[in-house]
Design a protein around this ligand. Structure first.
Ligand code: ACO
Length: 325
């Protein structure tokens, strides 16, 4: 059989981050004037203190464009160099034109760039990084932009205290580029069939509902093994990991996961406190904010892990970027 041509032994790495959040910040105290809740319940059960809520001009597309633009500027990459843009979201309103196409047009990407939307809910960013890494490895693109963007405030029932206190809006993005050495490990992915219906975005009007208790139980009993699988797939041990960036759904899930993985002394992304649950945006948003504040350790292994609707999960080890100046 003839052999097809792929670049020999190349990998990819993260070159930069960007994010965008709407200006409007909604506090727990303000929420308690809208539904029967209080700051103490929300903080002790979830860790959330504030969340950003989209205004009339903030859409999945507009926030993805802004996060993508900032990530490209951070990476020092011209839009024309991007060969693939992946937008992960559960809340884009239109099936066509889909969000990645709109983002590609708004950012002035090359007509040769592939625009792809994916929807694996809260693990969308990790799926996107996995797909982009593989596209770069085989030579389908030299640079990829991976974005998570969500307007969850548009699909939440603002009279349902069990869900409306949890969510926020925003976008986060990463630029991936080809690298002589692999700086992104194999994605370790899968699903949980018995939780298939545990997270729903359905109905007319569409509404987000979830079986919070079942997901919580799975997250604190099963998720650590899946996160370990991602570390093993990278040929590393947990001691090698310097940054933990898990889906920002609940601090009461993040903390036990970090403890189970022995990561208490490492840098842990805890953006859920400021941003609430932003589904596919949560991991890149948290990483990008930490990067922008100068807190994210540079050039070190970071474990990403997402889980949620589907019920899908995915994780991988990536090397954090190194500042250009
Ligand atoms: N304020 C005050 N009381 C409340 C509120 C609120 N906002 N919401 C619920 N309660 C009450 C309930 O009515 C219930 O009262 P009762 O005991 O009198 O019946 C009590 O608080 C306990 O409710 P539970 O739902 O059992 O609370 P729990 O401790 O399980 O916390 C939570 C709920 C935060 C959703 C938790 O289960 C969780 O985080 N689960 C995991 C969610 C997750 O990770 N999802 C990821 C995928 S989806 C996505 O990311 C978009």
């Amino acid at each position: 059989m003839p052999t097809v041509n792929t670049p020999a032994l190349r990998g990819s790495r993260i070159l930069g981050f960007g994010h965008h959040q709407p200006a409007r910040i909604l506090t727990n105290d303000e929420l308690s004037t809208m539904v029967d809740t209080n700051d103490e319940w929300i903080r002790t059960r979830t860790g959330i203190e504030t969340r950003h809520i989209a205004g009339p001009d903030d859409t999945v597309t507009s926030m993805a464009v802004e996060a993508g633009r900032r990530a490209l500027a951070d990476a020092g990459i011209e839009p024309a160099a991007v060969g693939l843009v992946i937008v992960a979201s559960t809340t884009h309103r239109d099936r066509a034109p889909y969000t990645a196409g709109r983002v590609a047009a708004a950012l002035g990407l090359s007509p040769a760039a592939a625009p792809i939307d994916i929807n694996t809910a809260c693990s969308g960013f990790e799926y996107g990084v996995g797909l982009a890494d593989q596209a770069i490895r085989v030579g389908s693109a030299d640079v990829a932009l991976v974005i998570g963007s969500e307007v969850l405030s548009g699909i939440v029932d603002w009279t349902d205290r069990s869900t409306c206190v949890l969510v926020g809006d925003g976008a986060g993005a990463a630029v991936l580029g080809a690298s002589d050495t692999a700086q992104i490990g194999p994605v370790s992915w899968g699903s949980v069939p018995h939780l298939e219906e545990a997270v729903l975005v359905s109905g007319d009007p569409e509404r987000f509902t979830q079986e919070g208790r079942s997901i919580y139980r799975w997250a604190i009993t099963e998720a650590a093994d899946h996160a370990r699988a991602a570390v093993a797939a990278a040929g590393m041990t947990l001691d090698d990991i310097e940054v933990f960036a898990f889906h920002q759904a609940n601090l009461r899930i993040i903390e036990p996961l970090v403890t189970a993985l022995g990561g208490e002394s490492k840098y842990v992304v805890r953006d859920v406190v400021e941003s609430g649950n932003t589904s596919a945006a949560s991991v890149p948003l948290g990483l990008s904010k930490a990067w922008a504040r100068g807190e994210l350790p540079e050039g070190v292994p970071a474990l990403l892990f997402g889980f949620g609707g589907g019920f899908a999960h995915a994780g991988q080890v990536v090397t954090t970027p190194v500042r250009r100046h």
